[in-house]
Design a protein around this ligand. Structure first.
Ligand code: SF4
Length: 239
């Protein structure tokens, strides 16, 4: 049953965390195809307006990390040493999204710090940026055992937090690294080769797909394609 929300009434006792949680949960339910309740754009915009007007202002990455807590929302929590939330500039114009932490990331609690991370650092330098000037995170924040791909359930459980990170940062561009990131964000089953070399509109942000650095380590001949994608990204960011 749909209930209308009056945008003129701002409940004083609702905190920004609660408002944000309701908005993101409704959006998540909408994304996975649920219906029978009000998850319309109007409702989400109204909740967002409340959130902006609440005493805490715009949701911050710290708010989201705090809300994530010692997350046990999916089975990956059993295998992790620590949650790898993400790092970088909270006002970054560009976010890189990978699939999940690996061995080194799990150990250090930082994203992309193993061999694939070193390659990503070089890719970022090649577009005249630094790790500190972008934001780097993953679809899932806990390491899948033996570095397997996260399941779609695991990705969907973690996705609301990623979406909140993106909303808090408000980047102009997102670069999805690899098929898991691309498929989860774009809700598609297409391969990276079919998705790369173009921009998608993702919640008012321009999203580019390219190969994951770990894939490049196994398939160095694909580095040329990634460089083409990065040149496209660089040109778009400069224009
Ligand atoms: S992967 Fe995400 S949803 Fe699953 S336990 Fe870790 S933080 Fe929670």
């Amino acid at each position: 049953m749909e209930k209308d929300i009056n945008p003129g009434i701002i409940p004083g006792d609702l905190t920004i965390d609660l408002i944000g949680e309701v908005a993101h949960y409704l959006e998540y339910m909408s994304d996975i195809g649920c219906s029978g309740f009000d998850c319309s754009d109007h409702c989400l915009d109204t909740l967002n307006t409340w959130s902006q007007q609440s005493p805490g202002g715009r949701e911050t990455l710290s708010n989201i990390r705090e809300d994530l807590g010692d997350c046990r929302r999916c089975g990956l929590s059993k295998y992790r040493k620590q949650i790898v939330f993400g790092e970088g500039d909270p006002d970054a114009r560009l976010i890189f999204v990978g699939e999940g932490p690996g061995f080194e990331e799990d150990k250090q609690g930082r994203p992309f710090v193993g061999p694939a991370g070193q390659l990503l650092t070089k890719i970022i330098a090649a577009i005249n940026m630094t790790r500190e000037s972008v934001y780097i995170c993953n679809i899932v924040k806990c390491r899948p055992p033996e570095n397997r791909n996260p399941s779609s359930d695991e990705a969907e459980n973690c996705k609301p937090f990623l979406i909140r990170q993106i909303k808090a940062i408000k980047p102009d561009f997102i670069c999805a690294l690899g098929s898991v990131a691309a498929r989860t964000l774009l809700d598609t089953t297409k391969s990276v080769s079919m998705l790369r070399n173009r921009f998608f509109d993702y919640k008012s942000t321009r999203l580019l797909v390219t190969y994951h650095p770990a894939y490049l380590l196994r398939n160095p001949e694909k580095k040329r394609d990634v460089w083409e994608d990065m040149k496209m990204l660089m040109n778009a960011m400069e224009s």
